[in-house]
Structure formats: structure tokens, C-alpha cells
Design a protein around this ligand. Structure first.
Ligand SMILES: O=P(O)(O)OC[C@@]1(O)O[C@H](CO)[C@@H](O)[C@@H]1O
Length: 397
């Protein structure tokens, strides 16, 4: 267990308001009111759960729409942890009235409870999202992406690195929760970077330790692993630490089991992808690639509240790569910042150089050039914030 934090309220470097789920027509509200019920139904249909689990899923469906947030059961081993993470303040309140980051995160914890994920018994440890995660790895698109590596292998190392960095960045669109929203368009032509500090990021690969805080499994984790392999192989970093979630979370977030599935997928592939998979496998066995699953990875709080042991881990890295939208929200704080708020200011607390690789899938954004924001708003009003068609690479040295 990580150390309890004193307060669940994120610090307010810029005094920007915390995002709640209570604004009609807002993105957070649509996640709570539409995506979550759709997800419960999807999980319910994906397994032959027994009557007790079905009843619990139905109860969660009703509770999350019209009830108040309830504490975990007496036997839950992380009951106190969730109380310390903000439960004492939020239990008894409607789901929509508390910080969006908190309600969304707690929803996933409650979903696992409903299917008996933590209870001793036959369903213990059965990942309710696994069928969707596995299906991801077994698509013609995944095959194509791996085959493309054969061609890339003939290019200069710097070019390979840039391509793999972008592969890891855009892999973040492969988010199963996001795809529950009908608007997600895989082939959007206007995909673009709203901030690109990729050069600066690459200058931080200087032969030391790289931390990657993973986001989604499947078609995001595979390119993350390929990037790690490239950096290890070229001695751009000496070792890599991959942070994953200790239990299933936000549908497709990577756990250790998902890392193993991704590695198996790679080692079974022909050509450059297979070779990369075998190198990664041995990097894990000799300790150059380590996987960590810290409890705080599933905390409903910003990283500014991280416990000391995790802080030490990040402090030892030459650079930490934060992958994805949720990690971005936790890195800068889930707040309504002006988009031009400096990234360096919102991440000043972080104990070492840190970079965000993220496609934009929620309201939060900082570090934009004023002209970029003006052009985005002129073209799309505020849709660019949540549509997943734009991305960013931001760095604080
Ligand atoms: O961290 P990821 O996978 O990039 O994105 C996760 C995410 O987009 O999914 C939620 C909506 O379902 C958002 O609130 C959240 O930020």
C-alpha cells in the first residue's frame, strides 16, 4: 500500500478550478452518464457471470446514474486506502458532484468489486476487460503495424527513433474506453500535433534510466515496448522501468498480464517485430527492463500527491515518459486551466525531467502557444480538446 495522502484536493498552482462531472452537456458528464453505463453493459455481455455478479453490475448501473457514492465493503483490503484518497469527503455524494478524476477512477474500482475481482473464489483476478484487450492484439491493423517494422529497420537510427516515438504517441488513440464513444474516428484526416517537443525529449536519452508510465495495453503498449527496445538496443538508455496498473483500470490500461500478452504477441511475430520481442524478453530476464505496479498508479489523485517511494523512483530516472490522457490529467492536475498555462509550472513538483505523450481526449490542456489555441478554436470551437484527433509531446527538463 502506498502512504495515505493528507488531502484529496489537488494543489492549485494556477488556481484553476477542479473539473467536476456536474455540468450538463460537458465531456465529464457524458463519460459518467453515457460511457460508464455502456461499459457496464459491455462487460456484462462479455462473460457468463452468475446471478450475484449480474445483480451487482445492475446495482452499479443504477447507483452510478442516480445514487450516491458508497464506500467499499468491510472486507475490501483497500477500503482505508480509498478513504484516505478522498472517500471520507466524497462518500454519500452524487457521482456527478465530486472531482471527475475521482468519480471516474472510483467507478472502475466499483466495477471490479461487482464482478468479484478481489474476492477469494473462482472469479478472483479475472480481468473483465481482457476479451477486448486480446481482440486488439489480433487485428489486421496490428499485423500491418508490426510488418511495417521490417521496412523501418533499414532506416537510419535517428529516423527509426522518431518514427517509434510517434508510433508510441499515436498508439494512445487505441483506447477502448474512448472507442465506446461513437464519435471516435480512427481515420480523422486532421490528426496533428498541437505541441511538439520531441527533439527536446530525444536529447534526454543519454544512456541512463528511462521510466515509462504506461497507459493502454494492446495497440498502445506494443509501440511503447518497441520504443523501449530501440532505446535499449542503441544504448540510448541503459535501463527502462515500465510502470503499469496493479489491477484492471479505465478499460484498457496495461497491467503486468497485458505486458506479457504484448511480449508474446511480439515474440510470435516474424521479422523485425519478433526480433524486438525476443530482445525485450531477455531485457526483462536480465533486469534492464523492469515492470512496476505501484498502488498509486490506480489512485484517483494527481501525481503531485504521490507517495515518497514513487517519488524516489521517478527521481532516479533521467526522464519519465507519461503516456496518455489519464496520466496527463494526473500529471498537470485535472483542472480548467487556460490552455496557455506553462507546462513547466504545472509539473514543477515532479522530481525529475518529465515528458507527456498524449492524444487529447479530455478537457485539460496546458502549454499551448496562444496562436495554436486561437487556430484550433477558430477551426473546431472546443472539440479539439476531446476528439482524440490531436496530440502533443511536452517536456519539462
Ligand atoms: O488515458 P487514456 O487511455 O489516453 O484516456 C483515458 C480517457 O480518455 O478515458 C476517459 C473517458 O472514457 C477520459 O476521461 C480519460 O482521460
Amino acid at each position: 500500500m502506498s502512504e495515505p495522502v493528507a488531502s484529496a484536493e489537488p494543489p492549485a498552482p494556477a488556481g484553476a478550478p477542479v473539473i467536476l462531472g456536474d455540468v450538463p452537456g460537458s465531456f465529464p458528464r457524458s463519460v459518467l452518464a453515457e460511457r460508464h453505463p455502456a461499459l457496464i453493459r459491455k462487460v456484462r455481455d462479455a462473460f457468463p457471470y452468475g446471478p450475484e455478479q449480474r445483480r451487482a453490475l445492475d446495482a452499479l448501473l443504477k447507483n452510478s446514474a442516480e445514487g450516491v457514492i458508497e464506500p467499499l465493503g468491510e472486507r475490501a483490503r483497500d477500503r482505508e486506502q480509498w478513504e484516505a484518497w478522498g472517500g471520507r469527503e466524497y462518500f454519500g455524494r452524487p457521482w456527478f458532484d465530486v472531482p471527475f478524476l475521482w468519480s471516474e477512477s472510483y467507478f472502475y474500482r466499483q466495477l471490479l468489486d461487482a464482478v468479484g475481482y478481489f474476492d477469494p473464489g473462482p472469479w478472483q483476478g479475472i480481468d473483465p476487460f481482457r476479451p477486448f484487450k486480446l481482440a486488439e492484439l489480433d487485428t489486421p491493423e496490428a499485423d500491418e503495424e508490426l510488418t511495417a517494422l521490417d521496412e523501418l529497420a533499414g532506416r537510419p537510427m535517428a529516423e527509426q527513433e522518431e518514427a517509434l516515438l510517434l508510433g508510441s504517441l499515436w498508439g494512445n488513440r487505441a483506447d477502448l474506453g474512448f472507442r465506446l464513444a461513437a464519435a471516435a474516428d480512427e481515420t480523422a484526416a486532421d490528426s496533428q500535433l498541437v505541441a511538439n517537443e520531441g527533439e527536446m525529449l530525444r536529447s534526454l536519452f543519454t544512456g541512463g534510466t528511462l521510466c515509462v508510465v504506461a497507459d493502454n495495453s494492446g495497440r498502445e503498449l506494443v509501440p511503447d515496448l518497441l520504443l523501449i527496445d530501440h532505446l535499449l538496443r542503441g544504448r540510448r538508455v541503459e535501463r527502462a522501468v515500465l510502470h503499469v496498473k496493479p489491477y484492471p483500470y479505465y478499460v484498457s490500461d496495461a497491467t503486468t498480464a497485458d505486458v506479457i500478452d504484448a511480449l508474446r504477441r511480439l515474440t510470435a511475430a516474424p521479422g523485425a517485430a519478433g526480433a524486438s520481442g525476443h530482445r525485450l524478453w531477455s531485457a526483462m530476464t536480465d533486469g534492464r527492463l523492469t515492470v512496476r505496479a505501484h498502488p498509486f498508479s490506480c489512485a484517483p489523485l494527481p501525481y503531485a500527491d504521490m507517495p515518497d517511494d514513487l517519488r524516489r523512483d521517478f527521481a532516479e530516472a533521467d526522464v519519465t515518459l507519461m503516456k496518455g490522457d489519464l496520466n496527463y490529467r494526473r500529471l498537470v492536475g485535472d483542472r480548467r486551466y487556460p490552455a496557455t498555462t506553462p507546462f513547466a509550472g504545472t509539473t514543477a513538483y515532479f522530481p525529475g525531467p518529465v515528458a507527456a505523450l498524449r492524444t487529447l481526449k479530455s478537457d485539460v490542456v496546458v502549454g499551448l502557444d496562444p496562436r495554436t489555441e486561437t487556430a484550433l478554436v477558430a477551426a473546431e470551437d472546443q472539440r479539439w480538446r476531446t476528439g482524440g484527433t490531436h496530440a502533443l509531446i511536452q517536456v519539462r527538463r
